[in-house]
Design a binder for this molecule. Sequence first.
Ligand SMILES: Cc1cc2nc3c(=O)[nH]c(=O)nc-3n(C[C@H](O)[C@H](O)[C@H](O)COP(=O)(O)O)c2cc1C
Length: 217
Amino acid sequence: MTDKQAILVRHSVRKYRSVRIADDLVAQLKAKIDELNAAGNLHLQFVEDAGKAYGNLIYRAVGLISAPSIIVCVGEDTADLDERVGYYGEKLVLFAQTLGLNTCWTGTFNRKAVAFDVKPGERVVLAIAIGYGVDQGKDRKSKTYEQVTEVSGTAPDWFKEGVKAALLAPTALNEQKFMIKYNADETVSLETKGGGLTKVDLGIVKCHFEIGADKQI
Ligand SMILES: Cc1cc2nc3c(=O)[nH]c(=O)nc-3n(C[C@H](O)[C@H](O)[C@H](O)COP(=O)(O)O)c2cc1C
């Protein structure tokens, strides 16, 4: 499965089978995490036993307590940390999908319930639940191409393909608070007016756009 195919089939999954992730897949996830941490100056950490990380009432209600494992997203606390976590974290989410695993980004988790490492100068951003879903999740509502784009002149096909993939990107509360601009000089810019987790969203959207467009922006 390619990353483009993974984008098409991936949905957030909140209910998981009570099975540990197979050792060979854990090894592949860890190798991918090492690669992404180096590329993004991050400290993403796979924690095999999520324990009660999703033990609060809301997460129990949606089923996330069943997630066997968790990826804690940590990195050097620079101004672009949230966006970097979104960008490289989504690469990991799509990789997990190609391994037959399911995921859900989660804005919070019980930090005392899992063991992970935060070095001086680093900050914990959020986490990703991971495991074998009881199902593959489902389609959800999306904004339209027109609602998320501003185009100067005529947009090329690669831009349209990028936006299609961006509209399939997970965003906090499915708010899709982003704009993708095709500028007169043929460059692309991504913007968000939101606060909080929208910077993470923006990184995720950039990751999807580049895969859809086959182009780095
Ligand atoms: C930054 C971020 C934070 C999220 N936090 C939560 C969360 O705390 N709880 C939850 O159930 N889903 C959470 N989600 C999942 C979104 O609700 C989900 O991605 C969105 O509804 C779109 O659905 P999809 O991922 O199936 O495309 C989060 C997603 C993102 C990107």
